[in-house]
Design a binder for this molecule. Structure first.
Ligand SMILES: Cc1cc2nc3c(=O)[nH]c(=O)nc-3n(C[C@H](O)[C@H](O)[C@H](O)COP(=O)(O)O)c2cc1C
Length: 168
């Protein structure tokens, strides 16, 4: 039953499933990429689907929704950075969660990673990544990537996401 939606499978409203998923407290990340040749502007998206995958070799993953306006950009880029937001960075979280708002026009909150991807200043941790594989997964694609560089700053508290709300 590959085309059956989850809510058809369990015969319950999607909103109920969303609420159940929301019981899993997560951090919040900005995934960001250097400009592609045809856009000329770096781009970013707010995500909470970041997951660590492998220590040796170092690999991480995140999921991008197929109906995101930024979806074609993520399939096009070979590399990106992940920045784990600190508790005072809710404005960045909100900015890159706005529909259609993924271009980084103002780079004040960012600096360049070793690979040349924008990374968020004062993030808890940053990972510079090269795309390893993209897997189809329902209404999302899972992007698995090799970590080629990272940094960690333990001075700050995390921004968290729980029951559909940001908690600084
Ligand atoms: C806390 C939070 C976590 C999110 N996590 C994801 C995610 O893991 N993957 C994803 O594709 N979108 C995620 N989104 C949604 C995107 O940030 C964005 O709002 C959405 O893609 C709508 O804009 P778009 O259609 O232009 O992409 C998240 C939003 C918020 C506020």
């Amino acid at each position: 039953m590959p085309n059956e939606s989850l809510t058809e499978r369990v015969s319950r409203p999607a909103a109920e499933l969303r609420r159940a998923y929301g019981q899993f407290a997560t951090g919040v990340c900005i995934v960001s990429s250097r400009a592609l040749p045809d856009t000329g502007v770096p781009f970013a998206i707010t995500v909470n689907s970041f997951a660590t995958v492998s220590l040796a070799p170092p690999m991480i993953s995140w999921c991008v929704q197929k109906d995101s306006t930024s979806y074609p950009l993520w399939l096009d880029t070979n590399e990106f950075a992940v920045s784990i937001l600190n508790s005072r960075q809710s404005a960045l979280c909100e900015q890159f969660a706005i529909r259609g708002n993924h271009l980084i026009e103002d780079r004040a909150s960012f600096r360049d990673s070793a690979l040349g991807n924008p990374i968020v200043r004062e993030a808890l941790a940053t990972f510079d990544c090269k795309v390893h594989d993209v897997h189809d997964a329902g209404d999302h694609s899972i992007i698995v990537a090799d970590v080629v560089d990272f940094a960690s700053d333990e001075r700050h508290a995390p921004l968290t996401y729980f029951r559909g709300a940001i908690d600084a």
